[in-house]
Write a protein that binds this ligand. Sequence first.
Ligand code: NAD
Length: 511
Amino acid sequence: MAALQDTKPENLPESIRHYINGEWVDSVDGDTFDVLNPVTNEPYIKAASGKKADIEAAVAAAKKAFDEGPWPKMLPRERSRVLHKIADIVESRGDQLAAMESYDSGLPITQALGQARRAAENFRFFADLIVAQIDDAYKVPGRQVNYVNRKPIGVAGLITPWNTPFMLESWKLGPALATGNTVVLKPAEFTPLSASLWPGIFEEAGVPAGVFNLVNGYGEEGYAGDSLVKHPDVPLISFTGESRTGQIIFGNAAPFLKGLSMELGGKSPAVVFDDADLEGAINATIFGVFSLNGERCTAGSRILVQRGIYDEFVERYAAQAKRVKVGLPSDPSTEVGALVHPEHYEKVMSYVEIGKQEARLVAGGGRPEGFETGNYVAPTVFVDVKPDARIFQEEIFGPVVAITPFDTEEEALELANNTKYGLAAYIWTSDLKRAHNFAQNVEAGMVWLNSNNVRDLRTPFGGVKASGLGHEGGYRSIDFYTDQQAVHINLGEVHNPVFGKQEDAAEKMDA
Ligand code: NAD
C-alpha cells in the first residue's frame, strides 16, 4: 500500500528562522532541527535550534524595545488599534494559517480554521478590553484619594505547546502586548510553522521592531525554553504545557522570583447522570475527547456514567466513536487527523496497549483501517475502567477515552476528583440543583453544565491541583501582565511628624 501524503500548503518558507529585533536570523551556532509532517513522518522543513546565545539576543532586543521604545508608553487606544489590525490580518489569512497549522500539526483543517478564527478573536478581545478597562480608585472622604497605576512589567517569556499552537500563542501574545510588554515567544519544537507567520503579521500591523521576538527550538536544559526561564531580564513566564514541565520551570524560575502563569495538563471528567439528555451528552462527550485529535488539555477523557443508563450509553457511544471520520488533515470531511509526532504517537499507542490489559475495549484500539502509515490512532473507547487504572489516572492526550460506571452522586464526585489533575469538568443532568452542587464540589478550574466546551473570553481560564497555577482570561490576563502600583494622595492636613500626634495614621498603617 502506498504511503499516505497530505497536500502541501502554498507559500511554505524555505526554512524556519528566529525573528529578533525585526530581523530573520539563524541560530548563533547555526544549529537546526528537522520538522516532520505527521502524515508521512518525513522532515519537510528545517527550523533554527535556539540556545542561550539566541535567547540572550532576543531578550536584549525586547528589553531595549521596552526601555527605550514607544510600545509601553503608547496610549491603550493606540496599542488597541494595532491589535485590531493584527486581528484583521489573522482573519484575512485564516485559510493560509489553517493550511499551515494543519500540515504541521495533523489537526483536521476545519478545526484548524476554527482555531485561526479564535486567534483573531483573542487579539480583538484584548484590544477592546484595554480601552474599556475601568481603573480602580478609592476615596477616603476629605482625607485621601488612592488610585491604581497599571504598568507593563517588561519582557514577557511565552512558552507554548504543540496542540493548537497558533491559537495558544495568540492567547498569550494578545494580553502581553495589549498591556505594553515586549515579548520573547518560544513555540513548541514539534510545530514551529504557524508561529513563523507572526512576524509578517506584526510588521504589517505596525508593531515596532524588538517588541515581538521569536526563538525556535527545544525546551530542555541548555536549549531555548530553559534559557528563557533562567534569563534574569525576563520577569514573567507564561507557560502552557505538561504538568511535569511546569514543575521544572517553577523550580528554575524560583531563584529569580518570577511571575508565573501555568496552564498544565488535565484528565477531565464528564459526568453523565441517568436523567441527562442522552443524545446531547453523547454528542458532546464524543466531540469533547475526539476533536483536536484528542490533543486537547480540557478533553473530557474520563466519562463517568450512572449505572441505570450505562449499558445504553456504552453501546451508543462505541457505535458513534466508530463513525468518527479519520482522514487526511487537509480533507474538510476529516474529524480526526494524524497525531502530531511519532514520539507522541508511540506514547498514545503505549496507553492503548496498557488499556487493553486494564479494561474492556469497545472501539478502536489501534490503527484505523486504510491508515497504515503516519501517526494515526482510531478513536478508542475503553469501558468498565477502574479508578486505579493508568488510563483513568494519566493524561494520554490522544483519541482515547475511559468510561466508568457509578451508582450515586457521592460516588461520582469521588471518582471525578480521584486524579492529580483539576482542569475541567463536564456535568450532564436535568437536575439543576444537583448540577450546581456538583460544580461546587468538583475539583476543577472550569465546569460546563449540560454544555460543550464553549468558553466566553471574559471568564477565568485555569486549573487547580496539577493542572495549573493562576488564572488567565478576561481582566485576569491583564492582571498577570501588569504591575499594579497603589498611589496614595493626601487631601487633608499633613501631620507634624511626631509619633504622639500620629495616632490616627498609625491605626491605618501597614507593616
Ligand atoms: P511540554 O511541557 O512538553 O512542552 C511545552 C513547551 O515547553 C514546549 O515549547 C517545550 O519546548 C517547552 N519546554 C520543555 N521543557 C522545558 C523546560 N525545561 N524549560 C522551558 N521550556 C520547556 O508540553 P507539550 O507536550 O508541548 O504539550 C502538551 C501538554 O500541554 C499537555 O499536558 C496538555 O494538557 C498541556 N496543555 C495545557 C493547556 C492548558 O491551558 N491547561 C493547554 C494546552 C496544552
